[in-house]
Design a protein around this ligand. Structure first.
Ligand SMILES: Nc1ncnc2c1ncn2[C@@H]1O[C@H](COP(=O)(O)OP(=O)(O)OP(=O)(O)O)[C@@H](O)[C@H]1O
Ligand SMILES: [Mg+2]
Length: 487
C-alpha cells in the first residue's frame, strides 16, 4: 500500500522529476498554497513535501493548515536557501523534518520512510492505548468445512469488498476477521475493532467517527475516530446488529463514500478502510426484527462467510486440542489421550471453539500430571462429586447473583430465571422430581405444575439432547466462563 504524499512546489519540472524518482509512493502535486489546501480538503495525506517559498505565500503556512485536516500528517520542508535558521524555524513550527535543494533523492526517500515509521508507531501507540493486541490469527482445523472457510478467507483477503461473518458464539468470527486482515495487503496497517454491543449509542458514534474538541460536554480534546485509526487497514465491526439503526445509516454512508466527518467538524475526511462485520444473529432474523438495515446488510454482505458450529465439524477437535495445548501449556509435556479426544467429540459444544478452549484451560489449572482429561469438566448432569477413578468433578454452583455474568445485553424476567433454574436443577438430579423439589424447597405438586407451565418434561433421549442447553448458551456467555468464576 502506497504512502500518500502531497508535493507542493511551483517548479513543475522538479515535481515531475520527484514523481519519477519515487515511484513507490503515491504523490499528488500542487503548485500553490491554495491548490495544496484544496487537495488536503479532498484527500488525506501522510506526508506533505512543501517548498518554503511558493508564489502565493510561505510554504510553512501549510503546517498549520494540514493540522486541521489530519494531525498525523508529517511535513517535510524543502528549502532552496540552505540556512540553519529556516530549518530550525520549520521544525519549531511543527515540521517533521527539512531538506535543502538540490535534493538528493536517496536522502529524501529515507526521510519519507522515517516519516512513515513515525506514523505507524503513532498508530500502534493509539491502538495499544485502546488495548488492541496483535496476536497472530491462526485458524486451526482439518475438516472439509474448515478447508472451505480457509478458501473463503483467502479469497476475501485478496479483495477489498466488505465481508459479513456470521456464526454462533465462539465459532471464531473474530479470529477469522483478523486472519483475513493478516492475509491481506493491509496486514502492515492497523486492524481496529469495535464491539457494538459493548458501548452505548452516542459512544459508538464518537468512537467510529471521532470528535473535535468542544463537540460536546466533556470533549476536552480532539479524538481520532476508529475509521481514521484504521486508515489503509481494516475496521472490524463486531456484533453489528447491536448498532442502533440511526447509526447504521451513517455507517452505510461512510462505507459508500469513503468519507467521514468527526463530530463537531465540517471537514470531510477521506478514508481508505476495509470493513469486516460480524454477528451471531441470523441475518434473515435480524432483518425481520429490524435489528439490521437491509441496505447496510446488502452492502456488508458482498461476501458473506458463515462459520458452522463446532458440532458440525468435529473432525477439527483433535487439531484444536493440540493447538490449545501448545498455546496454553507450551514447554510442558502434556497431552490428551486419544480416548479422551473421542469423548470430547461425543459432546456437542454449544459454546463452540471457545468452550473447548476454556475446557482445556480449566483442566490445565485443575488437573495434575501429563495426561489431560478435559471431558471430566463437561458433565453438568452428574450428581456425584468424584468420577469412577476418584478424580474430583468440578461442580459449579448456579449462583443467581451471578446472573449478570450470563449476558451483557439482556435482563431476564423472573419467570425466565425461574424456568432456567428449575431446568438446571432437573438436569443436575437427572430429572429426579422428588430430589429436585426438595433441593428447590417447593412441594412436588408445585414442581410438577411448573414443569408443565414451562414445558420442562424430560426429553426422550436426555443424554444426547443438547437443545435446551444450546438454546441457553446461545443466549448467554458460555457456561464455562461462569464455571471458572464459581471456582
Ligand atoms: N479455527 C480456530 N482455530 C483456533 N482457534 C480458534 C478457531 N476458531 C476459534 N478459535 C478460538 O476460539 C475462541 C473464540 O473465537 P472468537 O472469539 O473468534 O469467536 P466469535 O465467533 O467471535 O465469538 P462471539 O460471537 O462470542 O464474539 C478464541 O480463543 C479463538 O482464538
Ligand atoms: Mg467475537
Amino acid at each position: 500500500m502506497n504512502l500518500k504524499i502531497l508535493l507542493v512546489d511551483d517548479d513543475e519540472l522538479f515535481c515531475l522529476a520527484l514523481k519519477d524518482g519515487l515511484p513507490e509512493f503515491d504523490i499528488t502535486v500542487a503548485h500553490t498554497l491554495q491548490q495544496a489546501i484544496q487537495e488536503m480538503k479532498r484527500l488525506c495525506f501522510d506526508v506533505l513535501l512543501v517548498d518554503n517559498s511558493l508564489p502565493d505565500g510561505n510554504g510553512m503556512e501549510l503546517i498549520n493548515h494540514c493540522r486541521k485536516f489530519n494531525e498525523k500528517t508529517k511535513v517535510i520542508v524543502i528549502t532552496a536557501y540552505p540556512s540553519i535558521k529556516t530549518a530550525v524555524q520549520a521544525v519549531k513550527n511543527g515540521a517533521y523534518d527539512y531538506l535543502t535543494k538540490p535534493i538528493d533523492l536517496e536522502e529524501l526517500r529515507i526521510k519519507i520512510e522515517h516519516a512513515q515509521l513515525a506514523i505507524e508507531f503513532e498508530n500502534i501507540q493509539h491502538l495499544q492505548d485502546r488495548k488492541q493486541n496483535y496476536e497472530k490469527a491462526v485458524l486451526v482445523g482439518s475438516s472439509h468445512i474448515h478447508r472451505q472457510l480457509e478458501k473463503l478467507a483467502s479469497k476475501a483477503a485478496t479483495c477489498n469488498v466488505p465481508v459479513l461473518i456470521t456464526g454462533e458464539t465462539g465459532t471464531g468470527k473474530g479470529l477469522l476477521a483478523s486472519s483475513i486482515h493478516q492475509m491481506s495487503e493491509r496486514r502492515k496497517k492497523p486492524f481496529v475493532q469495535i464491539n457494538c454491543a459493548a458501548l452505548p449509542e452516542h459512544l459508538i458514534e464518537a468512537e467510529l467517527f471521532g470528535f473535535e474538541r468542544g463537540a460536546f460536554t466533556g470533549a476536552n480534546q480532539t479524538k481520532y475516530g476508529l475509521f481514521e485509526l484504521a486508515n489503509r487497514g481494516t475496521l472490524f465491526l463486531d456484533e453489528i446488529c447491536e448498532m442502533p439503526l440511526s447509526l447504521q445509516s451513517k455507517l452505510l454512508s461512510a462505507i459508500e463514500t469513503c468519507e467521514i466527518r468527526r463530530l463537531g467538524s465540517n471537514v470531510i475526511r477521506k478514508v481508505d478502510v476495509r470493513i469486516i462485520a460480524a454477528t451471531n444473529i441470523e441475518p434473515e432474523k435480524a432483518l425481520k426484527e429490524k435489528k439490521l438495515r437491509s441496505d447496510l446488510f446488502y452492502r456488508l454482505s458482498v461476501l458473506h462467510i458463515h462459520i458452522p458450529p463446532l458440532r458440525l465439524r468435529k473432525e477439527d477437535i483433535p487439531l484444536l486440542c493440540q493447538h490449545f495445548l501448545r498455546q496454553l501449556a507450551s514447554g510442558k509435556n502434556i497431552s490428551i489421550p486419544p480416548e479422551e479426544i473421542k469423548k470430547l467429540q461425543d459432546y456437542n459444544f454449544p459454546g463452540n471453539i471457545r468452550e473447548l478452549r476454556n475446557l482445556i484451560e480449566r483442566s490445565l489449572i485443575l488437573q495434575d500430571g501429563e495426561k489431560l482429561f478435559p471431558s471430566r469438566f463437561i458433565n453438568s448432569n452428574s450428581t456425584s462429586s468424584t468420577t469412577s477413578d476418584g478424580q474430583p468433578i468440578f461442580e459449579p454452583h448456579f449462583e443467581l447473583y451471578k446472573i449478570q455474568n450470563f449476558s451483557q445485553n439482556e435482563i431476564l424476567t423472573l419467570a425466565e430465571i425461574e424456568r432456567l433454574y428449575i431446568e438446571f436443577a432437573l438436569r443436575k438430579t437427572d430429572y429426579n422430581l422428588a430430589k429436585t423439589s426438595k433441593k428447590l424447597g417447593i412441594s412436588l405438586s408445585t414442581l410438577k405444575r411448573k414443569i408443565k407451565l414451562y414445558g420442562l418434561q424430560k426429553p426422550p433421549n436426555q443424554k444426547n439432547d443438547f437443545r435446551n442447553l444450546e438454546n441457553l448458551l446461545q443466549r448467554f456467555e458460555p457456561f464455562s466462563k461462569i464455571f471458572i468464576q464459581n471456582e
